[in-house]
Design a protein around this ligand. Structure first.
Ligand code: GAR
Length: 201
């Protein structure tokens, strides 16, 4: 049966677009709702243009009450009956109470080769460390931030990429390849990790 996918974002949503655009034809899943904590997120405007359902729950009025913010999302999410949640640049940390019921059904993309560099500023940290390789990871979401079984990684050679902005742009291109490939497999019930090497290397 076709899987229903909720995609969560906070910004431009380029990963969400790559995912949504990939779910066509014989793909085993379809997007059911695009969720954001940012009312003015570019990704929400795009989703509306495409005729996709959207759900915006602004975190700011909840003043740090994560449980209440998440309860509001959960209440409205149920109407869309998702089978899978894809976090795609969703910049709020979700509490264990939200994550637990979705165990094994929630994915995240992170801009580093996990377990290296969980958290923020991953590109600058890879450059500062003098790493030769960098990239991105799609993993199952567990109660630990940027942790959980790895479902795919895309790698590049840092080479002469001198700035973290330039590195971020290279990694983002790889993210757009990796996440749709992982989701396709995952939705078909296959958790074999997808491994990609940047063709520019
Ligand atoms: C992506 O690089 C994604 O990996 C990162 O945010 C960006 C969102 O871009 N996610 C995280 O850092 C999560 N910890 P997008 O809105 O264009 O998809």
């Amino acid at each position: 049966m076709t899987k229903r996918v909720a995609i969560f974002l906070s910004g431009g949503g380029s990963n969400m677009r790559a995912l949504a655009q990939s779910m066509v034809g014989d793909h085993p899943a379809r997007p059911c709702v695009i969720v954001s904590n940012q009312p003015d997120a570019g990704g929400i405007a795009w989703a509306k243009e495409q005729g996709l359902s959207t759900l915006v729950v602004d975190h700011k009025p909840f003043k740090g009450d994560r449980a209440a913010f998440e309860a509001e999302i959960q209440t409205h999410l149920e109407a869309h009956a998702p089978d899978i949640i894809c976090l795609a640049g969703f910049m709020r940390v979700l509490t264990p109470a939200f994550v637990r019921p979705w165990a094994g059904r929630m994915l995240n993309i992170h801009p580093s080769l996990l377990p290296k560099y969980p958290g923020l500023h991953t590109h600058a940290r890879a450059l500062e460390a003098g790493d030769i390789q960098h990239g991105c990871t799609v993993h199952e979401v567990t109660e630990v931030l940027d942790d959980g079984p790895i479902l795919g990684q895309a790698k590049l050679q840092i080479g002469g990429t001198a700035t973290s902005d330039a590195l971020a742009a290279r990694v983002l291109k790889l993210e757009h390849q990796l996440y749709p490939q992982v989701l396709r497999r995952f939705a078909a019930g296959d958790r074999t990790p997808v491994m990609i090497q940047d063709t520019q290397d």
